[in-house]
Design a protein. Sequence first.
Length: 97
Amino acid sequence: MRIIARSTLQEFWERQPQAEQPLKVWFKIASAADWSTPDDVKADYRMASFLEGNRVCFDIVGNKFRLVVRMNYPYRIVYIRFVGTHQEYDAIDASTV
């Protein structure tokens, strides 16, 4: 998968250092993946939540942080739309970010 934009993850882990390694692991797995359907994502991330607009929410660090991406399955592109704490996630509309 092609992931746009890694810099968003890096900016977050610079503010939240405990998220750095888990986000790097997610990035490595996602980069090597070939997710053509939501079922493919679910095979790698059983706890992933699927939202409107081809968005997927991943729990990071045991649900302490949330990562929301928009998937373009045909082109194998993952757009990072949001990364933040659980509290910050509760304040957004994840289906439209």
